[in-house]
Design a protein around this ligand. Sequence first.
Ligand code: SF4
Length: 424
Amino acid sequence: MTTFVVHTLGCRVNQSESESLEKELDRMGYQPAGKDISADICVINTCTVTQRASMQSRQLIRQVIRANPGARVIVTGCYAQAEPEAIQQISGVHHVVGNDAKSSIPDRFCRKSSRSESGCAVDTGHLLRQRTRPFLKVQDGCNAFCSYCIVPYTRGRSRSLPLESVLSAITRFSEDGYHEIVLTGIHLGQYGLDLTPRTNLMELLRVIDDARLMDRIRLSSIEPLEVTDDIIERVAASPAFCHHFHIPLQSGDNEVLKRMNRPYTREVFHHVVSRIHDLIPDAAIGADVLAGFPGETETAYGNTLALLQDLPITYLHVFPFSPRKGTSAYHFPEPVPHQVVQSRCRELRILGKERKDAFYRRHIGKHVTVLVEAHQDHGARLFKGMTSNYIPVFINAGSPVPNTLATVEITGFYSDQALCGRIL
Ligand code: SF4
């Protein structure tokens, strides 16, 4: 039996594409390699959003080659798209495949494997380990050209999945027993602008909501200008949309935002977050922040910190700026010293942790609906799940069934990253 493994770095779109590859390899009759067992086919779906991500991609490729002697190694993703020559130089890599051809990997590069030695495909009836909350990629590419970002060069212009195809995909997930899907895109807010007839994200959400195909719909990251009042109102009014918004802020200083080529102001971000909080007080509201962009003065950084302190943000993803070759910011003057970048990141992460802690704490004693995801290794009776507002919850008692929605009373913290509770 030919076995495979798919390794993924980077964003939710990459994860969504890896899930599709896994599904297709599974459908072709190949078997996911068990933990610590070497695989026959290894796909590595890389990222290049920063120089560090490129380095991690190279490290992962080497690790996978070492851990899977004799395997067919296929490298794809944004790093493969941006720097194929660098990957070709790594001995042990068989194929380097750009993002455009990623979906054809099973068909083009995995068919003539050791499968032919073992005869025809046999369906062993095994189950592919799938996420309980699968990602559905409805949009790819980006037209925005933020000055620090390589993505428009690695994924091309914005393309959307037609509305009918989105609905069919959700129907299939629903028929397969899923209770939640995560709508993802590289630039989700540009959904539909390329379609004929032209449509938009709000229309997509309206159609999905009205079709009532799925218990829970979660939105991945949406740009500040694209979280419109309409969208917030729809999410607030619908029982299906998760009370969770993730909004990339990057900087709370208007001059820095301009140099980042980000088309909004701190006032816009303030309005969006306040509006979400007013209409959906229990919403998880996360933000990405990029610390140490060239020319980020103490005052500019102070503006970012003050904006975040002023708003009901519930968690932060903090990234240090690292210049990416091929982007315009790579050549920007006034680099911020490394230690200053580190200290700003630290301060922002402390704020993010305090906010998350306070947000989680507010839920102790409450009854919440948890989508039960899986058994935990370290205890047969311990399950992990997720609330609509993005809080991981460990359930200690009872016998919940994975991939069901359960009502849970929150009893306290499981760790600083999760709550725990009991099934009611
Ligand atoms: S919106 Fe900006 S940061 Fe996001 S993918 Fe597009 S260019 Fe990159």
